[in-house]
Design a protein around this ligand. Sequence first.
Ligand code: ADP
Ligand code: MG
Length: 456
Amino acid sequence: MERSMNPERVWQATLGELELALQRPVFENWLKGARFVAYEDGVYIIAVKSAFAQEWLNQRLKGMIKRRLERLSGRSVDVTFIVRPELFSANQPAVMPDSPLLNTSPTNAPAGRFQHAPALPESNLQVNRSFDNFIVGEGNRFAYAACQAVAQNPGVSYNPLFLYGGVGLGKTHLLHAIGNVAVQDEYNVRYVTTETFTNEMIEAIRTHTNVAFRQTYRNVDVLLIDDIQFLQGKESTQNEFFHTFNSLTAANKQVVIASDRPLHLLTKLEDRLLSRFSGGLIVDLSPPDLEHRIAILYAKAYEKGVVVPEDVARYIAEHYNDNVRELQGALNRVVAYAQLHHQPLSFSLAQKILEPQQRPLDHSPDAILEAVAQEFNITISELKGPRRTRRISVPRQLAMYLLRDVAQLSFPQIGEFLGGRDHSTVMHGATKIEKGLQQDTEIQEKMERIRVRLRQ
Ligand code: ADP
Ligand code: MG
């Protein structure tokens, strides 16, 4: 955050953060629409709609709000709530529309469509991944309970907590769920992928800011670190991670680690790290059984505002049996097709759409480039080459996404594979497609067709 933000914007940004951090009813009842009136002698004067809200805020949230205002403004401040019911008449906008943190979901998005929530800048948490929308079944019951225990008492029960399980079984979801609970209890939380951690570290070394880098991590109460398998073979990062890990756990800070393979298969991690990891609790996630998959499908459909008939849910669940991400993808395909063609969601429709895709996807990077090149009628050397016209760059971004999602390459590996591109370019490209897949039917369709090619 810039230090020189004016007080009104600081308030808007704080309100935006609070909306993400607090439970919805809490925010709606007491804070929604609370507006900035003045900033005088270091005191933020904020209007709320009732004396009840004023009292409640004073008793329960004042400390938390003050701390956030201080962090965002970079100085020590206080906050006072005054009652101004007249400011809360129906058509007053609750906040300035240009608040960067509030302007997060496109207003033209289709109603009822599930939107990806923004991340809080400091914690990287996705607020829409919570314990509430994680469906529990046999394969994940124990992991779920362990994560809840950790979220409720960080640093106390199981430290570190080491979560492992195959791709798409909910590891990342659970990390965010833990973080979202801990943040509400005002812990300093940070979710970070191993890749981000590595990149930050390299950047810190390059800019001689190692001290600040260590400080950031050592100030964290709950560190959620994803995809630790990517730490393999990176010696200096392992070393830094080891020290960070030790100082956090020594101070009873919570560390939660997710891995797509069990400890004994992380063969290229230093022994001292492996032994630290095994010092806490290790839990695994196994693929959901049929009933569990059906329950997940119902929940996902509900989030999308769609009703799935039982036979359709069962059909999808029977055919996609090892990965929740693919299960969800299959549902999305059927729903997208039905909506696009104005057809009811029926058994025969599901069959028609999903049947040709039963063959497994070809995961190899070369096959992915080939499929993308064919779909767009361009060549593989154009994909790997320097040209940045739209004709080439959009297919290239799709390839970046697929190399990540299907071939499971890391961003630097993808950069190298695509003719020596920077990992941040790759990350940007893949993220762009990920967003496109939520909103842009053209990208959705292209992706579908490429996936069909990958099954041939
Ligand atoms: P992983 O990190 O293990 O590869 P993710 O956490 O990214 O998997 O999960 C993939 C997708 O499936 C996400 O959209 C996640 O929300 C969803 N998901 C996974 N398991 C469940 C579950 N048990 N209930 C609800 N959604 C789930
Ligand atoms: Mg993950």
